[in-house]
Design a protein around this ligand. Sequence first.
Ligand code: AMP
Length: 446
Amino acid sequence: MEEENKEVKSFKDLGLREELVQACDRLGWQKPSKIQAEAIPFALEGKDVIGLAQTGSGKTGAFALPILQALLDYVNNPEPKKGRNPDPAFFACVLSPTRELAIQIAEQFEALGSDISLRCAVLVGGVDRIQQAIVLGKRPHVIVATPGRLWDHMSDTKGFSLRTLKYLVLDEADRLLNEDFEKSLDMILEEIPRERKTFLFSATMTKKVRKLQRACLRNPVKIEADSKYSTVETLKQQYRFVPAKYKDCYLVYMLSEISGSTSMVFTRTCDSTRFLALMLRNLGFRAIPISGQMTQSKRLGALNKFKAGECNILVCTDVASRGLDIPSVDAVINYDIPMNSKDYIHRVGRTARAGRSGVAISLLNQYELEWYLQIEKLIGKKLPEYAAEEEEVLSLLERVTEAKRLSQMKIKESGGKKRRKGGEDEGETERFLGTRDKKSSKKFKR
Ligand code: AMP
């Protein structure tokens, strides 16, 4: 949580029902975040809301709490003669661009709704559709879905429709608008009732988001939790210019300097997440890869290991840079500079949250300078250089080279095994990591 609001004292002041105030209390949310303080009163009034906010701002609570309040209001019909309304199914739907984010949103709904018997379903790709259809048969109040899978169910699953939908949330709308989702999103919007409330949350206001807003929302109230692309004060940002051939060596040096901290290492490709994680493990680091290439269960498994502290270095692509709720990351290392400078903001937003301090170090080589300059322009400042004696860094070269050789060999080997046995790629990696872990007795020391 980045920002807290000084004027609003409590969730109660926002007009939330006692059940929900208690739920926030149970979660340890002492007071509303800025986006919550500003969005919730309008949402409770029944307005459509556009929230410009990033993950970490508390935006999930900003849309979940008003939806839960509306659900409670609906069930406890205020007209006493009519009695209670029937338990409403498919009351709200949240669309998310990634499976992980969808799961996290559902977790927050469940946590906030645990005392009011909330039923919540997650519909994402990579998970058995029949299982999901069974869950839909239980008539959940809230559905959190990625657009493709939701549309699959809307078109195929018997007895399921969103005709009764009262609330639609488009979360991380800028990312929902990519080509993969465009078609399903259009079809979903065609199908659902026009008489509904819509909340749209986005980190950035692009042309496409504006178009979606015009098509989808009615007289919305616009709220900006963080209008500029800025990075928080408690974040120490640095860069280091390194020759491409020594990048790995610098990465190892930096990680050993902050050994024991939790870090996320960002790479550009899925293959390099796997390779780097293997290399780091060969050197005794507790690293784990996560990327879009992995199966859903492997991704969640990796994320859980990281969350539980079993591994303290998450090597990831941009898939993991947004939306994931990973508490207390001490450092973000950009092993590869993002080509899109807005991704830089999202990546480094994984650290220095909730007023804590954090570091973000970007490694850049001769080919990446152009992108780096774009980043400096976007954040509006020149960053200091990460200080390290090259000689000291290069004293690691031999061990790093050997660790890389081993990783290459293992990747080649597991590729061969996979071809021979038709086995699953990630599984081979995991098995190798398992054996390697036991053998590497000591933590890597310089
Ligand atoms: P979000 O931006 O919705 O992904 O939320 C980021 C994190 O902040 C989650 O772990 C939430 O549980 C937490 N959070 C949300 N609202 C509050 C609040 N008012 N006070 C403290 N933590 C919060």
